[in-house]
Design a protein around this ligand. Structure first.
Ligand SMILES: Nc1ncnc2c1ncn2[C@@H]1O[C@H](COP(=O)(O)OP(=O)(O)OP(=O)(O)O)[C@@H](O)[C@H]1O
Ligand SMILES: [Mg+2]
Length: 444
């Protein structure tokens, strides 16, 4: 046990040396006779419990207690006093003392009390540690962006996180779907429980089912032991199903049942298991199209898609790029000890003109690579990855017409592209297209 005890005593009031020797056999104990020494130790050492005389010269118990709590609120203070009155006891407890006892001191009794105080404190420390971890994992500031569209995403995240609804996140690769899912979990009342991830696209049908629901020993050849599935692991917490568009129709039926009835069986098992899991699913596919093609169940879609969050690709919110670049530079400076101050105008222009098919992840990788290569304080364009420097990678000012498009389809493509280029600004887009705003709105 790393928790330590500090005894603050009045000289000659009891056989303190003997008492402390007794305590020290059970937990690391220090004895001081002045409060100034006590405060010094409390500031520097991992003291968890203080055993103090209530009536010390110059300072009364309540004052001492307040001072100790101000140094470290988690410390438990146990008092000893020559004459306890009811008012004194009540006042001490009200101020947060753990307990108060009368002399003569009974080391055995005090040791039991200390044991209980330590238990209480461990719980407190565990909670603190958990809160610290949660904060570290998700501090809302981690979703970086200043564009209108991303701010809208952040707003939706904060408003739905505490509500126990299933969520479907749609977005291209690298747009931050997992980041958003974890943000939701760590801002929900389930934050203290597990956030479990499954990449549905990474498993074959049979393996995915045993991954999700677990299996019993002997369920299939190779199932030598029973296995707990991700649903069980996520009980009380959140299950993040990535690439949900990739699951087979038969797995979809099983998933639907868990969503509807909150129960399932392990593969090869006949015991019905109950779970309380919040589902967040993500996909970069167009599920409505899969529904039309008969590849995705509509009923499952509605169960998953209670709230829909769409993260736009980076090329449609280019005003996020400068802030993301600064954030990544700062983060990598800290992590890798670099001393890079910024990026040249030319390099930024190149970053702004690229289409970023790999979105934020691709941008982060490009910055990391440039930072590793550069030996200057400012990243020059020559240090950017080669693919960014090729003329073909930069957005050009002509539009290539995809093959096999009908005229109406072409119109849709051109409207989409213009809106993309104007950052979703409809008036600007209408002007560029040479049509009225009303006409554009109708077509959109
Ligand atoms: N808005 C953002 N602010 C800060 N970092 C971001 C942002 N969006 C994405 N990232 C970072 O980009 C990387 C990719 O994000 P994430 O893994 O969440 O994407 P994804 O949509 O799940 O991608 P995939 O579809 O490929 O799984 C991560 O390192 C993530 O932290
Ligand atoms: Mg992902």
């Amino acid at each position: 046990m790393s928790i330590q005890l500090l005894v603050i005593a009045k000289e000659g009031s009891a056989d303190w040396e003997k008492v402390c020797a007794y305590m020290n056999r059970r937990l690391s104990t220090q004895l001081v006779y002045t409060t100034s020494e006590a405060y010094q130790i409390l500031r520097k050492e991992p003291i968890g419990i203080v055993l103090a005389e209530y009536d010390l010269p110059k300072v009364n118990g309540i004052k001492l207690l307040k001072k100790i709590k101000a140094i470290k609120p988690s410390i438990e203070v146990i008092f000893l006093s020559k004459n306890i009155t009811l008012t004194k006891a009540i006042e001490a407890m009200k101020e947060g003392a753990y307990d108060i006892y009368e002399f003569p001191i009974n080391p055995k009794l005090i040791m039991t009390v200390i044991g209980k105080a330590i238990e209480k404190q461990s719980l407190y420390l565990e909670k603190e540690e958990l809160q610290r971890k949660v904060k570290q994992k998700f501090d809302p500031g981690k979703i970086i962006g200043r564009s209108k569209t991303l701010n809208r995403v952040i707003e939706v995240v904060s408003s739905v996180a505490p509500k126990n609804v299933n969520i479907l996140i749609k977005g291209e690769t690298g747009t931050g779907k997992e980041l958003v899912a974890s943000a939701i979990h760590y801002n929900s009342p389930r934050a203290g429980k597990s956030f479990v991830k499954v990449n549905c696209g990474a498993f074959s049908e049979g393996v995915l089912e045993s991954e999700l629901f677990g299996h019993e020993k002997g369920a299939f050849t190779g199932a030598i032991t029973a296995r707990v599935g991700r649903f069980e692991m996520a009980d009380g917490g959140t299950l993040f199903l990535d690439e949900i568009g990739d699951i087979s129709l038969s797995t979809q039926i099983k998933l639907l049942r868990v969503l509807q009835e909150r129960e399932f069986e392990r593969v090869g098992g006949n015991k019905t298991l109950k779970v309380d899991v919040r589902l967040i699913a993500a996909t970069n596919k167009d599920l409505s199209k899969l529904i039309v093609e008969g590849k995705f169940r509509e009923d499952l879609f509605y169960r998953l898609n209670v709230v829909h969050i769409e993260i736009p690709p980076l090329r449609e919110r280019k005003d996020d790029i400068p802030l993301l670049v600064t954030t990544f530079i700062n983060k990598l400076n800290e992590e890798k000890g670099y001393k890079i101050k910024g990026i040249s105008k030319e390099a930024m222009r190149i970053l702004m003109n690229y289409r970023w098919p790999g979105n934020v992840r691709e941008l982060e990788n490009a910055i990391e690579s440039a930072m590793a290569l550069t030996d200057k304080e400012i990243i020059q364009s020559t240090y950017l990855p080669a693919f960014l420097l090729m003329p073909s990678s930069q957005e050009v000012d002509f539009y290539q017409i995809p093959k096999n498009l009908t005229l109406p389809e072409m119109e849709i493509e051109i409207i989409k592209l213009t809106l993309e280029r104007t950052g979703g600004n409809k008036s600007k887009a209408a002007k560029q297209l040479g049509i009225g705003l009303r006409t554009l709105q109708r077509k959109v």
